[in-house]
Ligand binder design. Structure first.
Ligand SMILES: C[S@@+](CC[C@H](N)C(=O)[O-])C[C@H]1O[C@@H](n2cnc3c(N)ncnc32)[C@H](O)[C@@H]1O
Length: 375
C-alpha cells in the first residue's frame, strides 16, 4: 500500500493546527507508519503435527497480528506476535503452545534434560525473563520436562533448584499436583532446548480410534469452511470431525453417518445441546440414500484404514466410496480425506482434481491427507 502523508506543516504540528488536523495526523502516523507494531510483541513456540509446517505457517500469518515466524521445522514453530497469549493459546490446530522464556542450543548441542536444567540455572538472564511474565503473579506451578516428545523426570535437587528460581522470580508456589501453571523444559533431537510457560488449556484424552482435536480442526480448516456450507462426515465414528466442524466453524447444514449403531447413539447424546441444522444417522457411506445428488459442499472424513477394522477388499471399498462422494458433492465441492499412507486415493478419484496432499503421522502410523476438488 502506498504511504500517503497528510498535508500538515512540518514545524510545530501540535502547536499551530486545529484539533481535527491533529487527529488526522495521529491517525496517519499510526496507520501508515505502522506504529501499532509498538504493541508488545511476545515470543511463542508451539508443537504441531509433523508434516503440516506449510499449513501452520500459512494459517498463523492469516490469524495473528504482525506475526514474525523465526523457525518452522519438523513439528515445531517459533514465532512472535502482537496477539495476546490468551488468544494464541486458543488456536486449535496447534498441539501445545507456550510463551517462550528461553531458547538454547545454537552454539552447544544439548539433548540431555539434566544438562539443559544446568544450562538454565547458569543463565544470568533467566531471572529477568521470568520477571517479565509479571502478569502471571499468584497461584501455583509445576515444571514438566520433555525429551523428544516424551515427559521425563530429573534429579530431585536440580528440580528443587529450578523451582526455587521460578518461585523467587514470579511469586508462584511449586506444587506436584493440580498446578495452575506449567513451565516446560523441552529438549529436541536437533539439540534445541526450549523453556516456556504453557498457554494451551489441557485437552481431553481421546478414545480409541478417535482423532485428536488438533487434527480434526486441521481437516476442517483445510476444507475452507464457510457459512453456506452443507457439510458431511459419512464415517463419523465418535464424531471428532463433526463436533469440531459444528462447534468451531460456521455451516448451513451438517450430516454425520456411521454404520455402527452404538457410535451414532453416543454421538447423538454428545450433541443433545442442539437439534438445529444437524442430522446424525446410522447409514452406509457407500450408499448415502438420504443425501440428494449434488447437494453437499464439503466432505471431511476419516474412512476405515483397514488397520483396526477389517475391510475385505480395500481397493474396492475406496472405489465405491469415491463413486458415492462424486454423486453427493456439488460441482466445485471439496473432499478432505485422511487415509493410511499406503492407500493411494488419487487412483480412485478420477472425477476429482487433487488440490493438496500432506504426509503425516497419526498415533505413530503413517497417514496422508488429501484435498480434492469435485470438477
Ligand atoms: C477411522 S473411523 C472414524 C473415526 C472418527 N474420525 C473418530 O474420530 O471417531 C471409521 C469409521 O467408519 C465406520 N464405517 C466403516 N464402514 C462404514 C460404512 N460402510 N459406512 C459408514 N460407516 C462406516 C466405522 O464404524 C468407524 O466408526
Amino acid at each position: 500500500m502506498a504511504l500517503v502523508l497528510p498535508r500538515v506543516p512540518v514545524k510545530g504540528i501540535w502547536g499551530s493546527t486545529s484539533f481535527a488536523t491533529q487527529a488526522r495526523c495521529l491517525y496517519y502516523l499510526t496507520v501508515n507508519l505502522n506504529l501499532l507494531k509498538l504493541v508488545r510483541m511476545l515470543p511463542f513456540f508451539s508443537t504441531f503435527i509433523s508434516g503440516l509446517g506449510e499449513l501452520v505457517g500459512r494459517w498463523l500469518q492469516e490469524d495473528l497480528l504482525n506475526v514474525k515466524i523465526d523457525a518452522l521445522s519438523d513439528g515445531l514453530v517459533i514465532f512472535e506476535t502482537g496477539t495476546s497469549s490468551h488468544d494464541v493459546g486458543k488456536i486449535r490446530y496447534l498441539n501445545n503452545c507456550f510463551v517462550l522464556i528461553s531458547k538454547y542450543g545454537s552454539t552447544q548441542l544439548i539433548t540431555d534434560v539434566s544438562a539443559a536444567v544446568g544450562f538454565l540455572l547458569r543463565d544470568k538472564g533467566i531471572g529477568g525473563k521470568l520477571r517479565q511474565l509479571g502478569a502471571i503473579k499468584g497461584g501455583s506451578f509445576k515444571v514438566i520436562f520433555s525429551s523428544e516428545n516424551r515427559t521425563v523426570s530429573v534429579d530431585r535437587d536440580l528440580l528443587a533448584r529450578l523451582e526455587r528460581l521460578i518461585s523467587g522470580e514470579t511469586g508462584l508456589r511449586p506444587v506436584r499436583f493440580g498446578a495452575g501453571r506449567e513451565f516446560w523444559l523441552i529438549t529436541r533431537h536437533d539439540g534445541i532446548v526450549l523453556f516456556g510457560l504453557r498457554i494451551t488449556p489441557l485437552k481431553k484424552k481421546t478414545e480409541e480410534g478417535e482423532l485428536r482435536l488438533e487434527l480434526a480442526n486441521i481437516l476442517c480448516h483445510l476444507s475452507g469452511p464457510g457459512k453456506s456450507d452443507v457439510f458431511l462426515d459419512p464415517f463419523c465414528g465418535s464424531g471428532s470431525i463433526f463436533l469440531e466442524r459444528i462447534s468451531s466453524f460456521p455451516y448451513k447444514m451438517a450430516f454425520a453417518f456411521d454404520n455402527n449403531v452404538e457410535k451414532i447413539k453416543i454421538l447423538e447424546k454428545k450433541v443433545s445441546w442442539t437439534k438445529e441444522k444437524i442430522k446424525i444417522r446410522v447409514g452406509n457411506a457407500l450408499g448415502l440414500f438420504d443425501i440428494e445428488a449434488g447437494s453437499v459442499d464439503k466432505i471431511i472424513t476419516d474412512p476405515p484404514w483397514g488397520h483396526f477394522q477389517a475391510v475385505e477388499d480395500v481397493d474396492e471399498f475406496y472405489r465405491r466410496m469415491a463413486k458415492e462422494f462424486s454423486r453427493v458433492l456439488k460441482s466445485g465441492g471439496i473432499a478432505v480425506i485422511l487415509v493410511a499412507r499406503e492407500i493411494e486415493l488419487d487412483r480412485f478419484i478420477s472425477e476429482f482434481k487433487l488440490l493438496e496432499k500432506y504426509q503425516i503421522l497419526v498415533s505413530g502410523k503413517k497417514a496422508s491427507i488429501f484435498k480434492f476438488l469435485r470438477a
